[in-house]
Design a protein around this ligand. Structure first.
Ligand code: ZN
Length: 149
């Protein structure tokens, strides 16, 4: 299997069988993220433990395969991280998508989400790929924007 096919396979799998899609009871932080240029519309829900670590996360909403797969992969990646670490991870993902970060050792930190690397060559899909990540960063930096209180 070629690497490109493997990447496509990973994205498909997360899109068809998302592990983290649904509604969470009593989330601590909730924020909707919309990408009007494609019609992607997600709501991200985060649960934090006493130490401020992300102990669980889920998303609801709809959108194209890339937006849905990306947010599902993101959630896999950020559970267990504290706020600063999760924001840093978002910056790393953005760096990869913009084509600024190409070092594979560094991108390993993104696990499955590194499969979206080639999106940097598809400008029309960039907003789809980053939707979940920018929404996560926004709510962690501005917790008072949460929509559940
Ligand atoms: Zn999209």
């Amino acid at each position: 299997m070629e690497l490109k096919d493997l990447y496509r396979e990973i994205v498909n799998e997360h899109n068809l069988r998302p592990e983290h899609k649904g509604e969470m009871s009593n989330p601590d932080l909730v924020l909707r993220g919309v990408n009007p240029s494609c019609g992607d519309d997600i709501t991200l829900q985060l649960k934090l433990d006493e130490s401020g670590k992300i102990s669980d996360a889920m998303f609801s909403g709809s959108g194209c395969a890339i937006s849905q797969a990306s947010v599902d992969m993101m959630i896999d990646n950020i559970i267990g991280l504290n706020k600063e670490e999760a924001i840093k991870r978002s910056d790393l993902f953005m760096g990869m998508i913009k084509g600024d970060v190409k070092d594979d050792d560094k991108l390993e930190e993104l696990d499955d989400a590194a499969a979206l690397k080639d999106i940097s060559h598809m400008p029309a899909r960039v907003k789809c790929a980053v939707l979940g990540w920018r929404t996560m960063k926004e709510i962690l930096e501005n917790p008072d924007k949460t929509e559940n209180k």
